[in-house]
Write a protein that binds this ligand. Sequence first.
Ligand code: G1P
Length: 314
Amino acid sequence: MTADNSLHNGGLRTVVVPAAGLGTRFLPATKTVPKELLPVVDTPGIELIAREAAQAGASRMAVVTAPRKQGIMAYFDRDELLESTLESRGKTAQLEKVQAVNTLVDAVAVNQDRPLGLGHAVGCAESALDDDEDCFAVLLPDDLVLPFGVLNEMLEVRRRFGGTVLCGFEVPEDEVSNYGVFDLEETDDSAGSQVRKVRGMVEKPDAEDAPSTVVAAGRYLLDRTIFDALRRIEPGKGGELQLTDAIELLIEEGHPVHVFIHQGGRHDLGNPGGYIRACVDFALNDDTYGPSLRQWLGNRLSADAVSHAEVPAE
Ligand code: G1P
């Protein structure tokens, strides 16, 4: 693997994408189709992640997969027969779509043979990094953080404060126990800014124990020292090795950790409800499908409103 110049300006070379999960919330589809390949309109979620990585300047995507999910890596291989067939039939637009993923990032596979948790999955990717990479990003493919660009903001925060930078967003109190939750303090210049210092982090606490309502989105800019911390943690929430616990360990040892509080949108592609919202959201913005979907949805919702209208009391 050849090194590039991205690191010289505090940039990013490698993103790690944990994609070895069973996708249980999406069965039965995920019996044979990895959830990362389910399309948002026509583009698999994993390609949206690759686009985001490329936009942040990364050149390598280390995909942590399991043996039964080989279809994910196959998606990054060239299909010469398909390409030549599309070319000979003059299907230029489709050819460009098929080729796009190959120009984004260099995808490499990392095997996670046992499902021991997110922390374990990230630890498996250490060998995919070059020796001179001091930091790398983790992008959870279930999370679409919109609009793209939050990683660039996080890189700016690392240039300023060093250490590790996470992405947070506000949720209602009754949702905090689904996430890693931050204990935050102001930075010297955080008045009006979206950056806070992280004093602590706890994985999926009960709502009454949560230190705040700012939770971790699936975007992490991690200092390389995380690998050492990951080797020292014990199984935590759910009996799994938690990335949150390794970050908390680094904080306890004085490593600087900051959070960039994202104020845009987010979709959770990991369950059918969130996935459908993402599809509708993306389709409404699509030149081909948007106008007719908007009209159909309008009609559908009006019909729904009429059928659900209360019968007036006599
Ligand atoms: C993971 C992390 C959690 C984070 C969440 C974001 O949890 O462990 O800290 O808040 O992703 O989506 P998961 O949703 O994989 O259980």
